[in-house]
Design a protein around this ligand. Structure first.
Ligand code: NDP
Length: 296
């Protein structure tokens, strides 16, 4: 058996085109242009690439976006003041401070300074809390993208045993919380595994849907999976590859070749979860512009 490939790039494109249509409706009917502000501190090359990609995505769907670039030695106080400026700016509906921040800045202080109504990353404790108790909120982008991938690829998690490997605050915990809600596109039976497990296999073997978010290259192999499982691989890992031009290649947390012989469906890396993250950021910003959050 060879698994069906879940094409995250294609699904993300569908979402982006739906958003583009919504934006043009919002503009013509209500005169609202969704606005997203990015704050980038320092010169981290990966962060620069991410912010550039997100800005380009905003432009493509018709959002207004602005990027505030601050030097690496910016003080926490100055950054907090910038956050306040965007919090108070009525043309800005979403505010994203690109992480990681330089070590002298306390990330949690910054996250908690963002107006929860503009927290399109979904990291503010108020939004995390609302998610846990099942209220309308901003769902952080990668976990929300995973749910959307499952639903749109015809793998509704309802009633399924989902095993999440990894318990980080940005992927593992929020995706577990999203999928266990008694809601459409969720309602799963969820297990969360982590390094506390002496052996992962007894857990992974039980999964109808396996979500791998460990940050460890190819730790989950086909031998650890049940036949017919749906595999969502969140990992993005660089491994040395002297055969490739750059000297490395990107792999997931799942060993793709062996897993695709056992799975019924699997996301590739790259081209699976990755493209969904930006699509969900756009969706959250549109939701903020329509002021849907906190109204229910
Ligand atoms: P973290 O390093 O913050 O968390 C990893 C989690 O996996 C931890 O909970 C850790 O357990 C667990 N873990 C690590 N190794 C093992 C193992 N061998 N067995 C069981 N559990 C293990 O990573 P993130 O959640 O931030 O990211 C995970 C991956 O997803 C990374 O590759 C990252 O690059 C990628 N990513 C991709 C995104 C996308 O858009 N596609 C967005 C965000 C992340 P413990 O808590 O016990 O230490």
């Amino acid at each position: 058996m060879s698994a069906h490939i879940i094409d995250g790039k294609k699904i993300a494109e569908e979402i982006r085109s739906e958003i583009k249509q919504e934006v043009s409706r919002l503009k013509s009917e209500q005169g609202i242009v969704p606005g997203l502000a990015f704050i980038l501190v320092g010169e981290n090359p990966a962060s620069q690439v991410y912010v550039k990609m997100k800005g380009k995505a905003c432009e493509e769907v018709g959002f207004f976006s602005i990027t505030e670039r601050l030097p690496a030695d910016t003080s926490e106080q100055v950054l907090l003041e910038k956050v306040q400026l965007f919090n108070n700016d009525p043309t800005i509906h979403g505010l994203l401070v690109q992480l990681p921040l330089p070590p002298h800045i306390n990330e949690q202080h910054i996250i908690e300074a963002i107006d929860p109504r503009k927290d399109v990353d979904g990291f503010h404790p108020m939004n995390v809390g609302r998610l846990v108790i099942g209220l309308e909120t901003f769902r952080s982008c990668t976990p929300a993208g995973i749910q959307e991938l499952l639903v749109r690829s015809g793998n509704d998690p309802s009633g399924k045993h989902v095993v999440v490997v990894g318990r980080s605050n940005i992927v593992g915990k929020p995706v577990a919380n999203i999928l266990l809600q008694k809601q459409k596109g969720a309602n799963a039976i969820v297990t969360v595994a982590h390094t506390g497990a002496k052996d992962l296999t007894p857990y992974t073997k039980e999964a109808d849907i396996l979500i791998a978010a460990t940050g460890k290259a190819e730790v989950i192999t086909g031998a650890m999976l049940k036949k017919g499982v749906v595999v969502i691989d969140v990992g993005i890992n660089r491994v040395e590859d002297p055969m490739s031009k750059q000297g490395y290649r990107i792999v997931g947390d799942v060993h793709f070749e062996s897993a695709s012989r056992v799975a019924s469906a699997i996301t590739p890396v790259p081209g699976g979860v990755g493209p969904m993250t930006i699509a969900m950021l756009l969706k959250n910003t549109l939701q903020a512009a329509r002021k849907l959050v906190f109204e229910r």
